[in-house]
Every structure is written in structure tokens, then in C-alpha cells.
Ligand binder design. Structure first.
Ligand SMILES: *[C@@H]1O[C@H](CO)[C@@H](O)[C@H](O)[C@H]1NC(C)=O
Ligand SMILES: *[C@@H]1O[C@H](CO)[C@@H](O)[C@H](O)[C@H]1NC(C)=O
Length: 333
């Protein structure tokens, strides 16, 4: 084994051990009826996806009360739940029994759920981190290893995924694969990876503007025929989207229902459990009393676009990887 593989292996083992130690603790909502927490939300989606026809996944019905953890993530999350649901059912069908498994808790089931998160993390996020730092970052191999290790040991991600219980490493991993592909000058593969990330968690929309601006800008700055590249990128994006959404596109009502579940504008721009800048500001200014929901939504959209506009224009005009990475960081702030 050469030195690089040994380093990667040791780094991965260290990252896995820390994750496993965290996951031995309880998850959020453990033993707290009636709603429990995100662990139950994920388990419930496995139950729904396994038992219900695909068209009913996002629709309220006698077997799918949307008030009880209705699915509100994009199709790839639902497909992931479906696959996990099949595996869960093959281990012990009581884990995903329709209606009867609500709030199911057992040590065996917890072990299974923890393994699903670890597997997704190690297969999607880990390799993206290694390829990104060893192929796309500058510096000595020692600094690359340290950067990779620091990223893998980032406490926020470990605590939320392996403690609290979520699958952020999937969308984050796909996003990092997309950035890596762009760094390696593979714009088509990068587009596919980013569309997949977006279709796992709609939160990735935050990153969409820099991707769009960088790719569009680079269409018309490169040596290649810009229009042809633009057509290729557009086709790849639409085909990937189409594959993710195919089962929900055959019936317009179903499509509308999925979209309204993903962007629940009727519920307002923030809810008590979801924190964002509007939520923090509302302590000082009571937005919800001053404006209607639809005007609040417009304010949100306009302020976000205005804040992003400067580096989006800059990226369109002078696309470079360095500016692209800066814009990705900017937009989150
Ligand atoms: C959704 O379905 C549940 C269970 O059948 C029902 O109690 C609830 O009223 C329905 N909600 C809506 C908004 O139709
Ligand atoms: C399935 O899970 C239930 C509930 O935890 C348990 O009572 C049962 O023994 C399990 N069945 C098997 C085959 O492990």
C-alpha cells in the first residue's frame, strides 16, 4: 500500500470512529410522543414509500396524513427512503408497518437507521472530500490531508447527521462532487451532480446561482463553441431533472402537489422550528404582523437576489474557479 492510500484509509477510519461514538447517543425526539423527531420523520418516509404507490407519496390521504411528518423533500430523498424501506422491511417488517409503526423505537432499529446514515456518508461524502482536496486544492500533501481531515471532522455535520439524525451528507456530498467536477473541468458531470444534490434537498437552491452564473459565463468565454456548449449543458440539466421527476410528471395535479410540498409558501417564510435570518430579525421587527405572506415572500426574493447580484454579474463577466468558490461561500453568508 502506498503512502497516500494509507493516509486516506487512516483518515477515513478516524472519521468513522468519531461518527460511531456520536451515534451511540440518543437522537432528537427519542421517546417523545406524539411527533418524536427527525428520526421518526425519516422512518415514517420509509414506511410510506415502501407501502404506498408513488403517486400518493406527497398527497394527503387516509394512509398519509401530511400533518404527521408529510414528505417535504424532493424526489431523490423519497427514492432513498424507498430503498431504505425495502431493506428495513426485509430485516423486520414491524419497523415499517403501515400506520402501526408510528414512533417505533428499538435498539435493533436504531442500529439499522444509524447504519443507513453512515453508509450514505462514507459512500458519497467521504470520497468527494478526498478527491476534492487531493485533486483540486493547492499545497503540500500534508496540508491536503489536514484539510480533508478537518472537513470530515466538522462537528456540525457529524452532530446533525449522526446525533440528531438527518442525511445531509448526501446532498452535501453530491454538491461537493459537483464542485470537484467543475474544478476538474468536467462541466457536464458537474451539472448532473448539482442537479442531483438539488433534488435531494431543496436547500441546495442557495448554491444554484453561482453554479448557473459560472457555467453560463464559461460557455461564452472558452475556446469551445459557446452556443453548442450551452445546448449540451441545458440538455444534461433537463434530462437529469426529468429522470428525478418522471414518476410525478404524468399527472399535473400530482406535480403541483409535490411542488407545493417542497415550497410551502402558504406556511410563511419561516416556522418556529426552522431558523433563518428572517426568523432572527423577527425578534426585533414583527414581520408577520407588518406584511402579508405574499409580500413577505417578494421581499425575501428581492433582498436575496440583490445580495447575490454583484458576484453573479462578476461571475458571468469573468468566470473563474476562484471567483466561483468565493461566490459559493458568499451566498451562504
Ligand atoms: C389529511 O388526511 C388525514 C387522515 O386521513 C385527515 O385527518 C386530515 O384532515 C387530512 N388533511 C387535509 C388537509 O385534508
Ligand atoms: C421485530 O421487531 C419487533 C419490535 O421491536 C420485535 O418484537 C420482534 O422480535 C422483531 N422480529 C424479529 C424477527 O427480530
Amino acid at each position: 500500500m502506498n503512502e497516500l492510500s494509507a493516509t486516506v484509509l487512516l483518515t477515513a477510519v478516524a472519521a468513522i470512529v468519531i461518527r460511531w461514538c456520536v451515534s451511540l447517543n440518543s437522537y432528537s425526539g427519542e421517546g417523545k410522543p406524539p411527533m418524536f423527531g427527525d428520526y421518526e420523520a425519516q422512518r415514517h418516509w420509509m414506511e410510506l414509500a415502501y407501502h404506498l404507490p408513488i403517486k400518493q407519496w406527497y398527497v394527503n390521504g387516509s394512509n398519509n396524513d401530511l400533518q404527521y411528518w408529510g414528505l417535504d423533500y424532493p424526489p431523490l430523498t423519497a427514492f432513498h427512503s424507498y430503498v431504505c424501506g425495502i431493506v428495513a422491511n426485509s430485516f423486520n417488517s414491524s419497523w415499517v408497518a403501515l400506520g402501526e409503526s408510528h414512533g417505533h423505537e428499538s435498539s435493533q432499529h436504531k442500529l439499522f437507521m444509524r447504519y443507513t446514515v453512515l453508509l450514505a456518508d462514507v459512500t458519497i461524502f467521504f470520497p468527494a472530500v478526498f478527491v476534492y482536496f487531493y485533486q483540486c486544492s493547492r499545497g503540500t500533501s500534508q496540508t491536503k490531508t489536514l484539510a480533508g481531515l478537518t472537513t470530515l471532522l466538522y462537528p456540525g455535520l457529524i452532530l446533525i447527521d449522526h446525533g440528531h439524525f438527518q442525511y445531509n451528507s448526501v446532498s452535501l456530498g453530491l454538491w461537493l462532487w459537483a464542485v470537484t467536477a467543475l474544478c476538474l473541468d468536467s462541466h457536464l458531470l458537474g451539472s448532473v451532480a448539482f442537479v442531483l444534490a438539488l433534488n435531494y434537498k431543496q436547500m441546495e437552491l442557495y448554491h444554484a446561482l453561482p453554479f448557473f452564473a459560472y457555467l453560463l459565463g464559461s460557455c461564452f468565454k472558452g475556446k469551445e463553441n459557446g452556443l453548442w456548449k450551452f445546448v449540451k449543458l441545458g440538455t444534461v440539466v433537463m434530462v437529469t431533472f426529468g429522470c428525478c421527476w418522471l414518476p410525478f410528471l404524468q399527472d399535473l395535479q400530482v406535480t403541483q402537489q409535490v411542488v407545493s410540498r417542497l415550497f410551502p409558501v402558504g406556511r410563511g417564510i419561516f416556522e418556529d422550528k426552522v431558523a433563518n435570518v428572517w426568523c432572527s430579525l423577527s425578534v426585533l421587527i414583527k414581520f408577520k404582523q407588518l406584511f402579508s405572506t405574499s409580500s413577505l415572500l417578494n421581499i425575501c426574493l428581492i433582498t436575496t437576489l440583490c445580495a447575490s447580484l454583484p458576484h453573479v454579474i462578476d461571475l458571468l463577466w469573468r468566470p473563474s474557479l476562484h471567483r466561483f468558490k468565493l461566490a459559493l461561500v458568499c451566498i451562504i453568508g
